[in-house]
Design a protein around this ligand. Structure first.
Ligand code: ASP
Length: 323
């Protein structure tokens, strides 16, 4: 009898907890620098999820470094109470293929909360780059072997993956310059301290439009419809056979977060992804909001597992360019 009373008490504590969730500030950990593309998605999303989560405050906490593994590890080890969640991108699939010592496991250390969007990338160069189009850019790169500086957000990041594919496609080794996000890398690119990088359109569209950087191509297999980017060739059109990189973002909670809390966050995410304001802001920057089944936690998890498998041989084939 005593045991039964204890069990009932424990269960009602769990239900009461889920019932009252959320009752304090939720922190979304962004594992890259403020002002960059991942941060941008998180800040727009935090705003759109606030109302569906009962007007609770949602703050973005930039936990930087090591291609997102430091921030992801922070969330993997956080209290599983729904108050610390992670927003990360394709790094959840590239880190297992690129990092030697991962301090956490992608498949068993997280509850999956649903996917958010897909974002193309652009190949951009410093504003003083003399090349007028992709062909001239390729010629310039070929003529400057051994001196080219390629910015990225650390091993395992989206810019690292895309840069790896780019070097492999051109068969040109470039010096990788790692930053804690592509926001600081963009500052150096605009200032001419580095020559080029790949970055999500959520960070590059405004800079391309303002001519602060020069864009030479998009990484997706189809051209984009965003006015500032619609004239850019795909890298496939420009001659890089099979080049196709799209970045996706998802939300994660520490393993063991109560199922009711997971459902509440997922429900709020679904409402946010239908918010016209969120959609408008994201689409203006080339992002495509997820409307398919990957919005469900189980499908999100399946997709990430499939992406880990998909990128494994592609990354292995480019191994000589991994830094
Ligand atoms: N675009 C960065 C990356 O390369 C991440 C960021 O700064 O948001 O993964």
């Amino acid at each position: 009898m005593k045991k039964l009373v204890a069990l009932v008490a424990a269960l009602s504590a769990v239900f009461a907890f889920a019932d009252s969730y959320p009752s304090k500030t939720i922190s979304i950990v962004v594992p890259f620098a403020a002002g960059g593309p991942t941060d941008r998605v998180a800040r727009d999303l935090a705003e759109a999820m606030r109302k569906p989560l009962g007007d609770v405050a949602i703050v973005v906490d930039n936990v930087l470094g090591a291609g997102s593994s430091i921030g992801a590890n922070r969330v993997a080890k956080a209290a599983p109470d729904g108050y610390t969640i992670l927003l990360n991108h394709i790094a959840m699939a590239t880190m297992p293929n690129l990092l030697r010592n991962m301090p956490f496991k992608i498949d068993t250390d997280f509850e999956y909360l649903g996917m958010i969007n897909e974002v193309p990338m652009t190949v951009i160069a410093r504003p003083t780059m003399p090349a007028k189009n992709f062909k001239e850019f390729r010629d310039w790169l070929n003529g400057h072997k051994g001196t080219i500086n390629l910015g990225n957000a650390g091993v395992g990041s989206a810019s690292h993956l895309c840069g790896l594919m780019f070097q492999n496609a051109l068969q040109i080794d470039m010096a990788s310059i790692p930053y804690k996000g592509t926001a600081p890398a963009m500052v150096d690119l605009m200032g001419g301290q580095i020559d080029l990088m790949c970055d999500q359109t959520t960070n590059t569209t405004a800079q391309i439009e303002a001519k602060k950087v020069i864009a030479y191509g998009v990484t997706t297999s189809k051209r984009l419809t965003v006015p500032a980017l619609k004239d850019l060739p795909t890298l496939q059109e420009a001659g890089l056979k099979g080049f196709d990189v799209t970045i996706w973002h998802g939300l994660y909670a520490p393993k063991g977060t109560p199922a009711d809390v997971v459902t509440k966050i997922n429900h709020a995410l679904k409402i946010a992804l239908k918010d016209p304001d969120f959609i408008k802001k994201q689409e203006a920057l080339g992002a495509i909001i997820i409307t398919d089944k990957r919005i469900e936690p189980a499908e999100h998890k399946k997709f990430v597992a499939a992406e880990i498998a998909k990128w494994s041989p592609i990354i292995a084939a480019a191994k000589e360019y991994i830094d």
